[in-house]
Design a protein around this ligand. Structure first.
Ligand SMILES: *Cc1c(COP(=O)(O)O)cnc(C)c1O
Ligand code: SF4
Length: 338
């Protein structure tokens, strides 16, 4: 191919970046896209400014038009109930602020550390426990990852680096490839993990540019997706998952138990089955972190336990996720007995 043309192609923005900028960011636009009542009450504009609505159009296309109870719609719709003040629901629900070192690395658990790579996400999930996170102070991707790498060099017990955020796959490939090359050069690091919802809400992100650096690393790769409902998985998501696996990644799912969205054994069974059909194994089912503004999504622990018993009675063991809660100060996620 002619060199000029190659250079030109290289400079074209990847499709996924354009799709990110075309995401719906106004409540009225979401209601219009779904043929919903334009008068559906929404959180006031001032509160919405702190945590705006954001949802890629491809994800909206998986919602049922005309249904204000659609399980995907409810995950992104800014309900007036976010303004409720509920005792026990705070702005640092999982105690991460205490653990954050310079360089955006959170080292809470043995052998693995989590890097806050960016504050950006492709979608804003209304129950998110990071919605109040002061990202400005603590991004690992700053300055060519220098502070993060310095921390890894100072502690060789960290054998697994988890890229989280925000969502690490909102970063451009050059930036991610730069980090992975640095990790590759550190022989005590064995595994690279991505915590990401992007392949679900924007499967176009799993493109040649991403697969290039993912395939090239010597590290073992784990991609932990975040899917809460079977309807989130369409053919494009299944194909994105297949590309990740073909690049050598183990693909897992973590979900959050959400009232009115996936809080039945039926919904969870369908989620596990659909995940497995797409080559994704269930990993964790989190009970909600008690974050301010999300109390209306909360499911009681006793209800969660009853749900798990019903789920385990109808699925093979490998399709039953572990029910966990994140408790500040604990050496791992805490399994809830059922
Ligand atoms: C959840 C989490 C992990 C990963 O825990 P696993 O049980 O290995 O999935 C690692 N570090 C931090 C800070 C976490 O919050
Ligand atoms: S994609 Fe993840 S980090 Fe981003 S808003 Fe949703 S739950 Fe939170």
């Amino acid at each position: 191919m002619d060199d000029g043309l190659t250079a030109e192609l290289h400079q074209t923005r990847p499709l996924w970046q354009r799709l990110m900028t075309e995401a719906i960011t106004r409540p009225a636009d979401l209601l219009a896209a779904l043929d919903l009542d334009p008068a559906l009450p929404a959180l006031d504009a001032e509160r919405l400014r702190d945590f705006p609505i954001r949802v890629p159009r491809g994800f909206v296309a998986r919602m049922r038009p005309g249904d204000p109870e659609d399980p995907l719609f409810l995950q992104v719709w800014p309900s007036v109930r976010e303004a409720d003040v509920v005792p026990g629901f705070t702005t640092d629900a999982v105690g991460d602020l205490d653990k954050l070192k310079g360089g955006g690395l959170i080292h809470k658990y043995a052998g693995r550390a989590l890097a806050i790579t960016t504050g950006a996400c492709a979608i804003n999930c209304r129950y998110c426990f990071r919605r109040h996170f002061p990202y400005g102070d603590a991004l690992a991707s700053r300055g060519h990852w220098r502070a993060t790498l310095a921390q890894l060099d100072a502690d060789h017990s960290i054998e697994e680096v988890i890229l989280s955020g925000g969502d690490p796959l909102t970063l451009i490939d050059d930036k991610l490839a730069e980090l992975v090359t640095e990790l590759d050069a550190r022989p005590w690091i064995r595994r690279l993990r991505l915590h990401t919802r992007v392949p679900v809400v924007l499967p176009e992100r799993v493109d040649a540019g991403l697969l290039r650096w993912l395939q090239a690393t010597r590290l073992q790769k784990v991609v932990v997706l975040h899917i809460n409902h079977a309807n989130e998985i369409d053919d494009a998501v299944a194909a994105a998952s297949a590309r990740l696996r073909a690049a050598g990644a183990t693909v897992l799912n973590q979900a959050v138990l959400l009232r009115g969205i996936n809080d039945s054994a039926d919904a969870q069974a369908r989620l596990s089955e659909r995940c497995f059909a797409a080559g994704v194994l269930p990993y964790y089912l989190f009970v909600l972190d008690r974050v301010a503004g999300a109390a209306h999504f909360d499911v009681s622990e006793s209800q969660a336990q009853a749900l798990m018993q019903a789920l385990a009675a109808r699925l093979p063991g490998y399709l039953v996720p572990r029910l966990v809660r994140e408790i500040a100060g604990q050496p791992s996620k805490t399994s809830l007995p059922w």
